[in-house]
Design a protein around this ligand. Structure first.
Ligand code: SME
Length: 160
């Protein structure tokens, strides 16, 4: 049995350190990228409060394809450059969106989403996947969340 949980008294950077350690422990020695994404999506869902979606889109050619996630069913294919996920994939840059309704081209998979954080997972200069977090709370994510998920993305690059 796995029982990874954040200590609620921890600071945000500490929660992300624990999350990263847990993700590395869960994916240690496993070569199947889908299995690793599935466990990390479950971990994100369990560790981070106030989310309505947490998971992966995988880069396949010039589009993103839905990967393992927790939350409501979501759109399956997103062309590079479209929506928040497509912007992260096309630019290779984290997208921190305080108000999804103000983001041009935002793709609403769940009408409850109000803010979003998307971080690309890069390997050898190419986007392998993106990690997508959605929240029903406006401005749920800040620079510490972005840094924490970027740390996770860096740790996972060789395991997807
Ligand atoms: N909102 C995303 C689409 C994916 S869902 O949030 C799960 C976007 O604009 O790319």
């Amino acid at each position: 049995m796995y029982d990874f949980r954040a200590d609620p008294a921890s600071s945000k950077p500490e929660i992300y350190r624990q999350l990263c350690d847990a993700a590395l422990a869960l994916t240690e020695g496993e070569r199947d990228g889908i299995a690793n994404m599935a466990n990390v999506a479950a971990l994100l869902w369990e560790y981070l409060p106030d989310l309505n979606w947490a998971g992966f889109y995988r880069a396949m050619g010039d589009e993103l394809v839905l990967g393992p996630f927790a939350g409501r069913p979501a759109c399956i294919r997103i062309p590079f450059g479209q929506g928040v996920c497509g912007a992260a994939a096309a630019s290779g840059q984290t997208q921190l969106v305080a108000d999804v309704n103000a983001f041009p081209g935002h793709i609403a998979c769940d009408a409850a989403s109000r803010s979003e954080l998307v971080v690309p997972v890069m390997k050898n200069g190419e986007v392998l996947a993106v990690i997508d977090l959605d929240s029903p709370t406006p401005a749920r994510f800040d620079a510490e969340d972005a840094a924490g998920i970027e740390r996770l993305a860096g740790a996972l690059a060789s395991r997807l």
